[in-house]
Design a protein around this ligand. Sequence first.
Ligand SMILES: *Cc1c(COP(=O)(O)O)cnc(C)c1O
Length: 519
Amino acid sequence: MKKLENKPEGFAPPLGDMPATDFRRYGHEIVDWISDYLERSADRPVLAPVSPGDFRLQIPAAPPSKGEAMDEILADIDRLIVPALTHWNHPAFFAYFSISASAPGIFGELLCAAFNVNQMLWRTSPAATELEEVALAWLGQMMGLPAEFAGIIYDTASVSTMHALAAAREQLNLQIREDGMSGRANLPLLRVYASEQAHSSIEKAVITLGLGQRALRKIPTSADYSMNVAALIQAVEEDRREGVLPFCVVATVGTTSTTSIDPVPAIADVCVQHNLWLHVDAAYAGSAAIVPEMRSVLDGCDRADSLVTNPHKWLFTPLDISLLYCRRMDVLRRAFSLVPEYLRTDEADTVRNQMDYGVQLGRRFRALKLWMVVRYFGHEGLAERIREHCRLARLFAGWVEESPNWELLAPVPFSLVCFRACPTVEKESEETRRVRLNKLNEQIMQGVNQTGEAFLSHTSLDGVFTLRLAIGNIRTTEAHTQRTWHVLNEQFKRLSELGLKMTPDANLTHSISAHVELP
Ligand SMILES: *Cc1c(COP(=O)(O)O)cnc(C)c1O
């Protein structure tokens, strides 16, 4: 590929920003473009068909010395950027947790960029600061959280959880804010507990906070991949006996691999008994609690000290926005507040200055997009969409269960299906079978993803390669789900036939072909 050169003849706008007439013209053009892009979101391959470095080769290595015309820049969005994107807006994006930039959310982002408010102090952003409190309260009501929870908005669940653990540690009153943790003989090992299925962000939080990875004790899970509370109790008691200081449990509602739900009421009991901070990671599944008949997924969470949920995951709000609810905002403040003279304001005692509640000083006006999404769809409209995603997941799970070629690998409490192809071969050891099926399912996934029609990702459950179909995009319909099931079966058939050619074993040939059925 030939490297493009910057045009030698630049175009030079007058001092100041883009002229208003141009802004208006290109603004309309861009909105039209976005509208077409979203309407045709299914027309492009979901997964960008590019190799590492392909994209970069097409962009000049040096920045332009003179300005370039907006027309040219926009043409390059179409020509260069879009073909090298993985399309998260595609309705057959089923990998990881699929997400949505809904139209009101996109408008919220646009306005946020235009206002360019820095929400560090109430004074620098009265509407933004107070709208954040409103957005937190609204979503809290929709999820059925008690009114005592206040909160703060960060970018991601990883950052929210890191702050929750910092507050949990601050509450121990061990002078860690002042003295740190290194070089101190008077500090025991501090311990955080989370299940083996908990998100890696918990481990990153203990790394970041200087607690170290050994501070995190991973508790085994039961058959449904939820935390085994008996094992938690045993671990806490053992640690206490050995002079370790337990201080926090992270329970997950909707784990990342399987969306399993830890038994929060029982975990809350343990936390009360041992005086531990309970943080709930509901990054994905917290949104489901806005559906009245699913509210019970947050049972016990009213007793948590903190809880995180991400509207950018399953509440149709564009990246990024994560809500940290906390009962003890005073503790969070104590952990982080540091006010230099140039940021002192008269009203500091009567308002929430958000810079006091975390690492960052400057912050974006993230609540705006969430507020617009909630207003546009309404509580019922949002619940209806989440309910539909859960219906589609159950439908898909039903197809998996009915087919002799496939099996479910975990319960389906929300909109994620964990499954695999499982053709049988006679007289095979368990280990040989596991290895064979792992390979087959990995190839099926690659095959599906290469078609560009759908994008699935995987996880590993007890060493078993597990396909994940995560439904969560606002445009996903039954037709996309059905089509993906078909593509999966086509890949299954293709690979089974390939397997036949390569295996002379008659038994194998017979047993695989006997089980291939297309929907
Ligand atoms: C996605 C997810 C996270 C991480 O979210 P980020 O906002 O990307 O940091 C944490 N926990 C769970 C359960 C998740 O599903």
